[in-house]
Write a protein that binds this ligand. Sequence first.
Ligand SMILES: [Zn+2]
Length: 179
Amino acid sequence: MRAIGLVKPCEVAGGIVYVDSMLGWLSRWLRMIGVATVYRDDFNDDELIGLNELVITRDKGLFNRRHGNTLLLLTDDHIHWLAASSIVLNVKPHIGDDSLCPLCGGRLIKVNSGSAIGEVPINVIKRNPVLYRCESCGRYYWVGSHHRGIGHILAVANELISKCIIEHNGSECLISVNE
Ligand SMILES: [Zn+2]
């Protein structure tokens, strides 16, 4: 058994999530699986302490000082971060129509790849009749060479989730993985 996260309280409502500095990887993955995520690499504790939204952090001091919903990640394993966060948010890691731009959190809309000529490589346009364009930052995404790697991480995260055990302890819950 390996403890991967400590959350308070045990029941967390959905909504916007704040991800503490140094957890940029997690913020990109949460957006990809459709979670509205606010991330900056220069948050300070005072900004995060009073928020009513869920805050995800590696900082035990911040966890102890907060009264609102907080998830403390207990490992440095990135996929464990994704698994623990998904459990708390009650989302199944997946890529779908609700996926958000990993870099800015904007909504992705399907566009005809012909409209992206000059903005993405021509071989991408030839291979993909449909691309996804971020409404906010304008970046384009497509099902390409990275997709197999993304699918692997999602599969590992989902398997981890199926092996997780949640123990209630007062107003906190400890998330452990049985591996
Ligand atoms: Zn974007």
